[in-house]
Design a protein around this ligand. Structure first.
Ligand code: UD1
Length: 336
């Protein structure tokens, strides 16, 4: 299948492009490079040993998307990654987040309808569960107003998609609610490229280990968790990428307009301190850190119940936390 991958030069998008190719599909990347680098495309060619089709442009521009769909005949579906994703920035610039994330989805849906493209996989987040009542979190857990405009765009986008499907516009879609994607391609050639000071834990850990940051601050050790630090469900980005291919193949089999949501996580919770200790052990390198206060908006524990995606799509994580942290370090060393 020829698949449009919006945001295909980004962290999860680039890994998904590789997995699409390895399963015999053809990704068509559309990216405005606002939070990614063009040289990633060369890396994709190096890994896949084939030419990558890509278009530079903004997905909230209908003319741009129409051009992509008309030049690339027979696009069978789209995976929509292109979105702004920095939680803190979204608090400062909410309108930019709502405008960008909502508009690009709406324009994509309109253009898909115009060109008769049926299948959509949407990049959602566990952030839609807000502060969960208990863990593991099943898809039936209520969604809550998120703690940030970024999180709310995911809630609203899910609704826009389900309304479009049930509005009978011949779209089928699945929202994948990611837990905490980490790691990098085992080749070390592609990975996450945080701009400036990383917000997320693992990029900060790798930069602290590399000496780029003086030390990591552990945000709180007084949570009601086994060691007091926050607990999350860390999933290897290659496992996550593979979930998208299974999802598309499943959508392709549906005959009538169809919408569903799946958690994509390991089902296992690991604490911040465990991440530091495991990283040090598997990579033989020290991570300088200190304990600091809690970060506003953080919750104590968040991990997935992944049974639905396992049973329905036959997908589950194959890579371990150790592999994730080895690959993250390999990528950091490639960068520095
Ligand atoms: C965050 C976002 C979430 C987004 C996800 C993308 C918030 C509140 N949530 O999730 O909406 O979908 O990233 O991956 O920002 N930590 C430290 N020190 C650091 C960085 C993080 O101790 O320097 C801790 C955090 O307190 C948390 C854990 O590490 O307990 C994971 O943090 P992070 O990687 O930022 O992910 P989330 O906050 O879970």
């Amino acid at each position: 299948m020829k698949i449009l991958v919006t945001g295909g030069a980004g962290f999860i998008g680039s890994h998904t492009a590789i997995e699409l190719i390895s399963k015999g599909h053809t990704p068509v990347i559309a990216d405005n490079f606002s939070n990614s680098e063009k040289w990633i495309l060369g890396r994709l060619e190096e890994i896949s040993q084939q030419e990558i089709i890509f278009y530079e442009g903004d997905c909230s521009d209908g003319n741009f998307l129409a051009e992509v769909f008309s030049r690339e005949k027979n696009i069978a579906g789209a995976i929509h990654f292109a979105a702004k994703k920095a939680v803190g920035e979204s608090m400062e610039k909410p309108l930019i987040y709502y405008k960008n994330n909502l508009l690009s989805l709406i324009v994509l849906l309109e253009t898909m309808q115009e060109f008769g493209v049926k299948n959509l996989v949407f990049s959602s987040s566990a952030t839609v569960y807000g502060e969960p009542g208990s863990c593991p979190i099943p898809e039936t857990a209520p969604r809550q107003k998120a703690a940030s405009p970024y999180g709310n765009t995911k809630v609203i986008c899910e609704d826009i998609i389900s309304d479009s499907v049930f509005g009978g516009k011949n779209i089928s879609a699945i929202s994948l609610r990611y837990f905490n994607p980490i790691g990098a391609h085992p080749s070390g050639l592609i990975g996450e490229l945080p701009i400036g000071i990383p917000n997320n834990l693992v990029p900060y850990v790798t930069q602290a280990a590399a000496g780029i940051r003086e030390k990591l601050t552990v945000f709180g050790n007084d949570y009601p968790t086994p060691d007091g630090s926050g607990v999350r469900d860390f999933i290897h980005v290659v496992d996550l990428a593979q979930a998208h291919i299974k999802t598309l193949e499943y959508l392709e089999k549906q005959n009538t307009p169809f919408y569903d949501v799946f958690n994509v996580g390991t089902g296992q919770g690991n604490s911040v301190l465990e991440i530091i200790q495991t990283f040090e052990k598997v990579n033989g390198v020290e991570v300088p850190y200190e304990i600091g206060p809690r970060r506003p908006g953080d919750i104590a524990t968040c991990f997935a119940d992944p049974q639905k995606i396992e049973k329905t799509l036959g997908w589950k994580t194959e890579k371990t936390l150790e592999e994730s942290l080895i690959d993250a370090w390999k990528w950091q060393n490639y960068l520095t």
